[in-house]
Write a protein that binds this ligand. Structure first.
Ligand SMILES: Nc1ncnc2c1ncn2[C@@H]1O[C@H](COP(=O)(O)OP(=O)(O)OP(=O)(O)O)[C@@H](O)[C@H]1O
Length: 247
């Protein structure tokens, strides 16, 4: 089993460039049936890894395993230097932020109330998304989808995570909003956060990612530096994301 070292620098940040998320030979799934097979990935502090693939390719299953919500069937996962099986709340305390596919906000509460529930301060969340401030007195259910997602991401970033797992944060949102959200993700990485970003927007994901893994039928079938794959965005989308790859 691999144990990832994640030395800390003064101020609680992880030393830049250290591997803080690692999956080795990860096979995981549901009721003992694998949905992902032999996945290897590593993410360093300050890096964005984009996980691309069609519906059913295994991206969410991979993220759930990294978050500690799914136990590996075989292989191992190490997050922030801890290769033991840890549940999400334990990993969250250690510095993991997880933005799930479901929008992570309380619709019946106001924006301010949502921010008060988070681990970080409202001020820190607003530093990431100042445009939210005029809307925070409203119930979140009345905000636009983009504003809800900014609130969800802002809450997570306010807690100053060391690792961010983001599952389809741009689902159903307009291109300008997607760019806004992804630029906040990039800035968080530039501040030292290690990010695993599950996306269906290939071009926009490639624009902010450092590395890319494309998944198909539970396996990584294409990997590389985003800088080398940017010109191939159309082909990647057409080849790997145009139709469901569920078995
Ligand atoms: N709770 C579950 N129980 C059983 N099978 C599941 C469950 N969740 C996902 N699967 C199956 O596991 C496989 C991988 O699904 P996964 O959600 O990881 O894919 P994905 O790439 O994230 O796609 P999507 O974009 O649709 O979320 C699919 O065949 C899916 O049907």
């Amino acid at each position: 089993m691999t144990t990832v070292q994640a030395p800390h620098v003064p101020g609680g940040r992880v030393e830049p460039g250290r591997v803080v998320v690692e999956a080795t030979g990860l096979t995981a799934g549901y009721a003992g049936t694998p949905a992902v097979h032999g996945v290897d990935l590593r993410v360093r502090s300050g890096e964005v890894l984009a996980l691309l693939g069609a519906n059913g390719a295994g991206k969410t299953t991979t993220l759930l395993s990294l978050a500690g919500e799914l136990a590996p069937i075989s292989g191992s996962v190490a997050v922030l230097g801890d290769a033991r099986r840890r549940r999400l709340h334990q990993r969250a305390r250690a510095g993991l932020g997880f933005l799930t596919e479901e929008r992570c906000v309380f619709m019946q509460l106001t924006g301010w109330q949502n921010l008060r529930i988070g681990r970080g301060s409202a001020e820190k969340a607003l530093a990431h998304f100042p445009e939210l401030e005029p809307h925070l007195s409203k119930k979140v259910g009345l905000l636009s989808g983009g504003q809800q997602q900014m609130l969800a991401l802002g809450r997570i970033l306010a807690a100053e995570p060391k690792v961010l797992l983001a599952d389809e944060l741009s689902l159903g949102l307009a291109p300008l909003v997607v760019e806004r959200l992804l630029s906040a993700v990039r800035r968080a990485a530039d501040d030292g956060v290690a990010v695993v970003l599950v996306e269906q927007h290939v071009r926009q994901a490639l624009a902010i990612a450092d590395h890319v893994h494309v998944m198909r039928r539970g396996r990584i079938v294409l990997s590389g530096p985003a800088s080398e794959l940017r010109d191939d965005a159309e082909r990647i989308a057409a080849t790997y994301l145009s139709e469901s790859t569920e078995p």
